[in-house]
Design a protein around this ligand. Structure first.
Ligand code: SAH
Length: 393
């Protein structure tokens, strides 16, 4: 079998079962593997460490499929997908949840593979050369195991560039139409634009946190920065907020949000197109106040290399949000940056409160739902963290 031979001492992270092999750790490529081919990973002394997918263009030159010497074939993918789907059924105690992540990449033992379920439709996102190589098998097995009737592919994440892969947006299995479907989440309806929506169409990782905001919103003036299709804002409306102001820079996202508001007959939100960084300043200058502010910005730091710049951006918006909150008000703030640890995020928020001149406490820590597990051997998977802070009353 084709193999990657590591430099002396570079087997350590693999022995801790971290599933990535970096190009700098490789001494020699044995054989002539193509992108996506299965290779054996061996230490400098010839010890067999793992079976992985080769990705010659990426700094992550191989991603581990398995630690044992098992064949990587249809049966391998079938079993991994069965396992991933079964775990969701066991973990999610909400039988009415029709939208959930079925496969969460490395944390489900399928590097580069994300599959989300929206009722009868699956959306597949492939982001590694190995996943790309097995596209058709993965698609067939997903349909077989999930019982869904069609698959849309949304392999247009930027990280594909690093793997030397072109973007793909296409109907992969079953009917192409409709490209817009409605799902129900905790009793609210949301429209998913399969072709043009963000990520796979919806931010499924925030499902339980949206419900949390619904429970906290009653009687409050709520601001939802970065509202996308209205997830937090509409939950605040459903939770009988006094007023809801929602902001996004994307006109397309706001159009979806408005139509979701109509669909749910929730009319009280005000939808604003704009840049949150500027708008928070404007609200500060106008002396506008809120009782609950949600900040769920896009990924400012995809990797640790961007952490310093991201930290400034997080501090800026959170500092302004603290200033807008009335005494006793709540800040529900998130980071989905893999490059910003939970520890660093907390420090940034502490700095923001200090500079805003407010006393605040953390009253809750938030993360993604059980359908977005984090494998303990893959800390990079721990990207979404949230804090609920209460400003002293
Ligand atoms: N909270 C949402 C998901 C937010 S995703 C949910 O639960 O579904 C982040 C959103 O921020 C995207 O919709 C993007 O269009 C928007 N965005 C990015 N930069 C922005 C900026 N500077 N100001 C306002 N919105 C921004």
């Amino acid at each position: 079998m084709n193999a990657l031979i590591l430099k002396p001492g570079r087997e350590k992270s693999l022995k801790r079962r971290h599933p990535w092999v970096f190009s700098g750790a490789v001494a020699k490529v044995q054989g002539n593997p193509d992108a996506g081919d299965t290779v054996e990973i061996r230490s400098a002394t010839g010890e067999r460490l793992a079976i992985a997918a080769y990705s010659p263009k990426s700094q992550i030159v191989a991603r581990v499929w398995d630690w044992q010497e098992v064949p990587i074939d249809q049966d391998f993918f079938y079993k991994r997908i069965v396992q991933a789907v079964a775990q969701r059924q066991a973990l999610l105690d909400q039988p009415d949840t029709v939208a959930m992540r079925l496969v969460h990449g490395e944390s489900d033992g399928l590097p580069g593979v994300v599959a989300d379920r929206y009722g009868d439709t699956l959306v597949l996102q492939l982001t590694s050369a190995g996943a790309e190589r097995w596209r058709e098998v993965i698609a067939d097995k997903l349909l077989e195991v999930s019982g869904a009737s069609r698959i849309w592919e949304r392999s247009d994440a930027e990280v594909r560039v690093l793997e030397g892969l072109a973007p793909v947006i296409a109907a992969l299995r079953g009917a192409r139409e409709p490209t817009r479907i409605a799902i129900s989440e905790h009793g609210l309806q949301f429209e998913i634009d399969l072709e043009r929506g963000h990520k796979t169409g919806f931010y499924l990782d925030q499902r339980d946190n949206r419900r949390r905001v619904r429970a906290l919103a009653r009687g409050r003036d709520v601001l939802d920065g970065f509202c996308y299709s209205g997830g937090f804002a509409l939950n605040a409306c459903a939770g009988d907020a006094k007023s809801v102001t929602a902001v996004d820079s994307s006109a397309e996202a706001l159009a979806l949000a408005r139509s979701n508001a109509e669909r749910n007959k929730l009319a009280q939100a005000e939808w604003l197109e704009g840049d949150v960084f500027q708008l928070l300043r404007r609200f500060r200058d106008q002396g506008r106040n809120f009782d609950l502010v949600v900040l769920d910005p896009p990924k400012f730091a995809p990797t640790a290399a961007h952490a310093a710049k991201a930290a400034r951006a997080y501090k800026d918006i959170n500092l302004l949000a603290f200033k807008l909150l009335r005494p006793g008000g709540l800040l529900v703030t998130f980071s989905c940056s893999g490059g910003v640890s939970a520890d660093l995020f907390q420090k940034i928020i502490a700095g923001a409160a200090l500079d805003a001149g407010v006393d605040a406490q953390i009253v809750e820590r938030l993360g993604p739902g059980a359908d977005h597990p984090v494998a303990l051997n893959f800390p990079e998977g721990d990207y979404l963290k949230g804090l609920i802070c209460r400003v002293a009353g």
